[in-house]
Structures are given as C-alpha cells and as structure tokens.
Design a protein around this ligand. Structure first.
Ligand SMILES: Nc1ncnc2c1ncn2[C@@H]1O[C@H](COP(=O)(O)OP(=O)(O)OP(=O)(O)O)[C@@H](O)[C@H]1O
Ligand SMILES: Cc1ncsc1CCO
Length: 242
C-alpha cells in the first residue's frame, strides 16, 4: 500500500501533536525546518504543510525553498497563517508566499481570514461580528477565485470554498477550543487528506475526520484539556480502523 509522506514546517508548541495526528490518520509525518534540507525533504513528500506559528528567518528560507519544489513537482501545499493579524512580520511573509503557491489550501480562523481579506482594503469588511454565514462563504470564494487555491475558515462551523462551491462541517466538540494547537493539528489532517488528491471533497473529509474524532473523544469521558487532547488523537486513529 502506498505510504503518504507529509513534510511539515511548523511551530514548536504543537509540533509533536501535529506529527502524532498525521500518523493517527495513517500518513507519515516528516518534520524538517532547516533551510539546508527542506527542499530535499519536500521533493519526496506527498504534501507540504506550512504553519507560520513561531516563524523565524531560518524557517522563512526553508519554507520558500520547499514551496518552490512543491510547485515544481505538483505537490499540494497547506498553509496555516497562525497569528498574521497580530504580527506584521508574519503577515508580510504570508503575502509573499501566498502569491507563489500553485495548488493547495489556506486554513485559517476567522480573524486570520479577515486579515487576508482586508488587505485588499476596498471590500470594506471590517467587523468580524457582523459577518453572516453567507458573507463568510462569499469572502472565502472571492479569496479562492483571486488566488486559485482552496480557502478554509475554522470556528464553530468550518467552511471551505473554491471558486465555485463551498462545504460546511459543523458540530464538533467545543473542547477543541480548550486545547492548544487544535488549528495546527487540523492543518496536519488537511495536509494528510489532500496528499491523496487535492479537492474540496478531500478537505471536507479532513474536517469531518476532526469533527468525528472530537465527538468520540468527548463521549469517552468528561475530561480536562490534556486528556481530551490525547483522546482526540486516539479517536482519529480508532475511527481510521473502523
Ligand atoms: N465553538 C467551537 N465549537 C466547536 N469546535 C470549534 C469551536 N471553535 C473552534 N472549533 C474547532 O477548533 C479547531 C480549531 O479552530 P480555531 O478556529 O480555533 O483555529 P485556531 O484559532 O487556528 O486554533 P489554534 O490557534 O488553537 O491552533 C477547528 O477544528 C474548529 O472546528
Ligand atoms: C501558542 C502558540 N504560539 C505560537 S504557535 C502556537 C500554537 C497555537 O497556534
């Protein structure tokens, strides 16, 4: 059976859990962020996952080298623009790489999506609390049309869109809000899913995988955040076996 390798350049807060959840879905994580080797690691991967949490100068070069190789080889790229609204350093770098990505997914929370969208000033969406679901979908579709890649907005409802269609996956456990790196891990699941074929359908399957695992983790016992975190990763593994 083919093994799917996911090259992740990610932050050191949630890096182990990202690797663990990629393994739990049945793919093979490779965490490599030095610029000397990142391109050669990407060359043999089936997806590249770029997470901007804890960005630094070394990682910037590593990410750009890996993105270049992924584009050349047609490898899908998943980007989590962690905290771009709060950091000019990350925001500037994000826009630099956004233009370069040929095929892939941007997975971001509402405030990160607005930060991307509002860079285009003229659209005038300035208050996230006033956004209806319809506006969220339209925002994602406009971004997707403009950049030619899939956009995902996370939250209570996760919405993914390409230029033509959208999918919505909601109803996951609220405990996901209480653990560190739930967004980072979701990025890993999305990367593993699109490594087998990039489509809105494969993104939807990833969102469903996370939702189902979170509900199973919550059902098992009333647990605190750390127990939930382990149960969530275990549940991803259990659901895969069923
Ligand atoms: N109110 C909620 N109810 C259920 N699930 C939620 C809720 N809010 C977020 N989630 C889930 O938590 C995960 C992460 O989404 P979120 O929007 O919090 O991303 P994030 O801010 O990038 O996360 P983090 O920075 O903690 O990694 C997603 O799977 C999302 O569906
Ligand atoms: C807490 C934190 N800080 C940088 S990355 C990260 C993980 C959650 O996004």
């Amino acid at each position: 059976m083919k093994k799917y390798f996911i090259h992740a350049i990610t932050n050191y807060v949630s890096i182990y859990n990202v690797a663990a959840i990629i393994k739990a879905v049945g793919a093979y994580p490779i965490m490599a962020d030095d610029f000397h080797e990142s391109a050669s690691i990407t060359k043999n991967a089936d997806a590249l996952y770029i997470n901007l949490g804890m960005l630094n100068e070394n990682k910037k070069i590593a990410m750009k080298n890996s993105i270049r190789v992924a584009n050349e080889k047609g490898i899908p790229i998943v980007v989590d623009p962690v905290g771009i609204g709060a950091s000019e350093y990350r925001r500037e770098f994000f826009f630099e790489i956004l233009k370069e990505i040929k095929s892939g997914v941007i997975k971001a929370n509402l405030s990160e999506i607005l930060s991307i969208y509002n860079d285009e000033k003229s659209h005038g969406v300035d208050n996230e609390h006033e956004m209806s679901e319809d506006e969220k979908i339209k925002t994602l579709q406009k971004l997707s049309t403009k950049y030619g890649i899939i956009f995902v907005m996370t939250g209570e409802a996760n919405i993914a869109a390409d230029g033509n269609e959208f999918v919505k996956v909601s109803g996951g456990s609220e405990m996901l809000k209480n653990i560190v790196g739930s967004g980072c891990m979701l990025g890993g699941i999305v990367a593993a899913s699109v490594s087998k074929g990039l489509s809105l359908k494969s993104v939807k399957e990833a969102l469903e995988c996370s939702r189902d695992a979170s509900l199973l983790a919550e059902k098992n016992k009333k647990c605190g955040p750390m127990e939930f975190l382990n149960e969530y990763i275990d549940s991803v593994h259990k659901n895969r076996e069923e």
